[in-house]
Design a protein around this ligand. Structure first.
Ligand SMILES: Nc1ncnc2c1ncn2[C@@H]1O[C@H](COP(=O)(O)OP(=O)(O)O)[C@@H](O)[C@H]1O
Ligand SMILES: [Mg+2]
Length: 261
């Protein structure tokens, strides 16, 4: 039975997608069967995996959501589960933004994604959901479908300001929709240890949350290798296994599964 994680926080550009992509690869390399789900209409995770909207009748996550809403049968798995470097994934397109609007008018709409993923839980060890930068209905669906939330956060004041609101949303979802939901922890991303700001904010986060939440020991350094790897359609661990970010994502994967055992 898979453990479902989502990478979420309403701030954009903090490394949610990058974390999903690299974590999926590192976990697969460790032998885990991983399903990644792109649940952002920007489709950045799908792009990382090399998926382009071909317009030729492929199925995307929004098609599954629509089928759920209309109480129709889901298409055959082979029509929407893609494969890349040992990772299975479900892609999205801009069409997911239409679902966002529809969900707001739908009864019991919070559990649509959970109900879709329920059908796969026995076939995977880990399901990883990438989310969009908002606290809207799509993110609520992702939180409702998850056992744990990974909160990627770059050491910037504006990110830290958003963290409080995000944690409030997580707590509401836990209370009202998904009692299983736990925060796995805060993953500090894009860390530039040469800057004083990085050190100051990292210390502040650790001080503020150390008694309440896990701040993962693994921290992801800021490096151009991350963007280069994505450009070449690879995880940073695969692109340059010795680069600090490659090592950090691999260490993070080990740290994360270590808490499950
Ligand atoms: N560790 C890192 N070092 C350097 N650049 C990074 C790192 N992590 C992410 N980035 C870059 O930052 C940008 C935003 O990352 P992304 O994962 O798309 O954020 P989000 O999904 O939270 O919006 C991307 O251009 C990505 O390549
Ligand atoms: Mg993203």
């Amino acid at each position: 039975m898979a453990v479902t994680y989502c990478c979420a926080i309403q701030k954009g550009g903090v490394g949610k997608t990058t974390t999903c992509f690299n974590l999926a690869y590192s976990l697969a390399k460790m032998g885990y069967k991983v399903l990644a789900v792109d649940f952002d209409s920007q489709s950045n995770l799908s792009t990382c995996f090399g998926k382009q909207d071909s317009g030729n009748g492929d199925y995307y996550v929004e098609d599954l959501m629509l089928a759920m809403m209309e109480e129709e049968e889901l298409p055959d798995r082979s029509e929407f589960i893609n494969h890349c470097n040992g990772v299975d994934y479900i892609a999205s397109t801009i069409g997911l933004s239409v679902i966002d609007a529809k969900l707001r008018m739908e009864m019991g709409s919070e559990n649509m994604l959970r109900d879709i993923l329920r059908g796969f839980k026995d076939d995977y060890d880990v399901v990883l959901i990438d989310t969009c930068p908002s606290l809207g209905t799509l993110t609520i669906n992702a939180l409702a479908a998850s056992d744990r939330v990974i909160i990627p956060a770059d050491p910037e004041l504006l990110t830290m300001m958003g963290l409080k609101d995000f944690l409030k949303t997580v707590s509401k979802v836990k209370k009202r929709i998904n009692p299983n939901l736990e925060v796995a922890g805060i993953l500090l991303t894009k860390c530039d240890n040469r800057t004083n700001l990085c050190k100051v904010i990292t210390d502040e986060v650790e001080d503020a949350y150390k008694d309440k939440l896990m701040v993962f020991h693994s921290r992801i350094p800021k490096t151009v290798k991350v963007g280069e790897a994505i450009y070449y359609g690879m995880s940073v661990e695969e692109y340059d296994p010795k680069s600090p970010a490659g090592v950090a994502y691999s260490e993070f994967a080990k740290e994360l599964v270590g808490y499950e055992s």
